[in-house]
Design a protein around this ligand. Structure first.
Ligand code: VGL
Ligand code: ZN
Length: 200
């Protein structure tokens, strides 16, 4: 029988930190800037510290589009051009302290398909399985798109998900999109945590 345990959200063997799309184009000044998107960086660095201290693995997804990606307006999509592979806008935020061993997962790299989930067409599930990872700490950008879809897939694939509530920010195309996305994720079974809840 499961006994509720207050230490349940402490990172441990079998856990990984999954950082979603913390790339220049999603930060203030970028072509698809997420309001206050830069604020996730210092918080994510604290999670990165905790994972480093425990030698736990880190995965980082990146939007990695070709120049004429189908999600861009000129191609009939909904977004301005962003995160074009190899450009400055597609680079991770310089202040994000990713360890050298971080596994980089590029997504939506084919012109004709978009992918909001880090699991979509990337082999991420197989890599996590191979590393015996069963639980994911997920944060990054944007709450209402790539974080939401990555969390949905993670839960559907059987991972336990701890949502980094203090390290996500929303695009909010419609006001409230971010809040609704958080409610959906927790309703599906993700547990919302903050770094204060796990820091020593
Ligand atoms: C994203 C819009 C378009 C995201 C990616 O990373 O949340 N949003 N492409
Ligand atoms: Zn994109």
């Amino acid at each position: 029988m499961d006994t509720p345990n207050r230490n349940d959200c402490q990172p441990r063997e079998g856990d990984a930190l999954l950082i979603v799309d913390v790339q220049n184009d999603f930060l203030p000044g970028g072509s698809l800037a997420v309001p206050r998107g830069d604020e996730v960086v210092t918080v994510l660095n604290r999670y990165l510290d905790i994972f480093a201290m425990q030698n736990l693995p880190v995965y980082a997804t990146r939007d990695w589009h070709p120049e004429r990606h189908c999600s861009f307006r000129a191609q009939g999509g909904t977004w301005p051009p962003h995160c074009v592979a190899g450009t400055y806008g597609a680079e991770f935020a310089a202040a994000l302290q990713l360890p050298p061993a971080a596994v980089i997962i590029s997504k939506a790299a084919a012109a004709e398909q978009d992918a909001y989930s880090g699991f979509q067409g990337t082999g991420l599930d197989a890599r996590l399985h191979a590393a015996n990872i069963r639980r994911l700490f997920i944060g990054g950008l944007a709450t209402d798109y790539c974080v939401l879809n990555t969390v949905r897939d993670a839960l559907r694939l059987g991972y336990r998900v701890l949502l980094l509530g203090d390290a996500i920010r929303a695009v909010d195309v419609q006001p409230g999109d971010g809040l609704r996305a958080e409610e959906e994720m927790t309703g599906l079974g993700a547990q919302r945590i903050t770094v204060e809840g796990i820091a020593g």
